[in-house]
Design a binder for this molecule. Structure first.
Ligand SMILES: [Zn+2]
Length: 255
């Protein structure tokens, strides 16, 4: 059977860059060839079912592509998200000017972060099985109620172009998960120039489980849910070691 678009279910898939080309032009020159990394951690309330599967991706984040979306989604609503978000993202990536971000801007950036996280996780060999999140995102064009998004300012070469996915299988009750079961929740940290976007997609335990704002106080600004106006950049720059801590935030709490 032909594969179907992860968003609308139509046939006729096209190959798409996870990071659009316009964005590469915004990045500082030396940041354009950085890597990406995916780690799968299988978890159970009582014990870790399996050790983490670490997978370093051979291609750089801005060259990675996926063939999971149809032409009308790609050229339609996904492209609309790029167009709306581009001016805000460009300024945040360059990270110099202080600027107010309206609710509209915050919503646009959060929506972009979720769209890009949903694409980034599909570059891995075993993506999370979260069909409903894709369908709801397509229906509303907004982060779904399984999604949480934060932003931080960062100044570190390692993070100037980077995607770190942590995919987890969490079983609430019943028999321990089989190692072959696909992950069911994930986090994606995306570094772009002076900006770090952190997205949690959790249709299992629910967003109220997570509060990294408290852990990385002053540096991690909540964007979604409940978007509010913010002044960019935030009062404190996220340290590089903290950025790695953000990646491990959910696996650590679950493990
Ligand atoms: Zn589609």
């Amino acid at each position: 059977m032909a594969r179907r678009c992860v968003f609308c279910g139509n046939a006729g898939l096209t190959r798409e860059h996870v990071i659009p080309r316009w964005l590469t032009d915004v990045l500082p020159e030396q940041a354009r060839f950085r890597g990406q990394d995916q780690m799968a951690v299988l978890l159970h309330p009582d014990h870790a079912v399996d050790g983490p599967h670490h997978r370093e991706m051979p291609e750089t984040f801005n060259s990675s592509t996926v063939k999971t979306v149809c032409g009308s989604c790609n050229n339609g609503f996904m492209n609309d998200i790029e167009t709306v978000t581009r001016p805000y993202l460009s300024t945040m990536i360059r990270g110099r000017l202080a600027m107010p971000l309206s609710v509209e801007a915050v919503t646009a950036v959060a929506t972009w972060a979720v769209k890009t996280s949903l694409m980034a996780q599909l570059t891995g060999s075993e993506p999370a099985s979260i069909d409903r999140v894709y369908q709801d995102f397509y229906a509303t064009r907004r982060p779904t109620d399984a999604c949480l998004v934060w932003a931080a300012a960062i100044d570190d070469e390692d993070w100037a172009l980077r995607a770190e996915c942590r995919l987890m299988l969490y079983v609430l009750d019943g028999p321990p998960a089989n190692g072959d079961d696909p992950p069911n929740l994930l986090t994606v940290a995306i570094g772009l120039g002076g900006l770090l976007l952190y997205t949690i997609i959790d249709p299992v335990l629910g967003p109220s489980t997570w509060n990294p704002t408290a852990v990385f106080r002053g540096a991690l600004v909540p964007l979604w849910p409940d978007p509010r106006p913010v002044t960019w950049p935030p009062s404190r720059v996220l340290r590089p070691a903290e950025a790695w801590g953000v990646c491990e935030y959910m696996p650590m709490l679950l493990g």
